[in-house]
Design a protein around this ligand. Structure first.
Ligand SMILES: [Cu+2]
Length: 133
């Protein structure tokens, strides 16, 4: 009887094992991934192409800048960005980012990203590190 009760837990244990082998860290972006897929945190290029999010009605702008601070408790980066022609002069501002981006972010990194206004927040997506400090 004891054996029968434990059986439903078996698939979960196997899934956990596979995830560990694939370096799937369990962060938000990894939850969606098939087991055995490498963790997003270890990838050089983000998997999500800009085109996938292009039809949600949110206006996005290409941005290049330097991370001047990382606020883990606010899921945000302080970024000194270059001019975004026709949209914004160069300035330092706070951007919300996803968990994987936050984890990889370091003060002094030069990044490129897509910036947008989403609700009350400025948001950076498709963040790529182009130079380490
Ligand atoms: Cu700005």
């Amino acid at each position: 009887m004891k054996t029968t009760r434990l059986l439903p837990l078996l698939p979960l244990a196997v899934a956990t094992l596979f995830a560990a082998e694939g370096k799937n860290c369990g962060c938000d972006c990894c939850k969606e991934r098939p087991k055995g897929t490498a963790c997003c945190c270890f990838e050089d290029t983000p998997a999500a192409p800009a085109a996938a999010a292009a039809n949600d009605g949110i206006k996005r702008h290409d941005l290049r800048g330097v991370v001047t601070n990382v606020y883990a408790d606010r899921s945000a980066l302080l970024v000194r960005h270059e001019e975004i022609p026709g949209f914004m002069k160069p300035m330092t501002m706070l951007f919300k980012v996803d968990a994987a981006t936050l984890q990889a972010a370091r003060k002094g990194q030069t990044i490129t990203a897509r910036m947008s206004r989403q609700g009350n927040d400025w948001v950076l997506e498709d963040v790529k590190v182009v130079a380490q400090p």
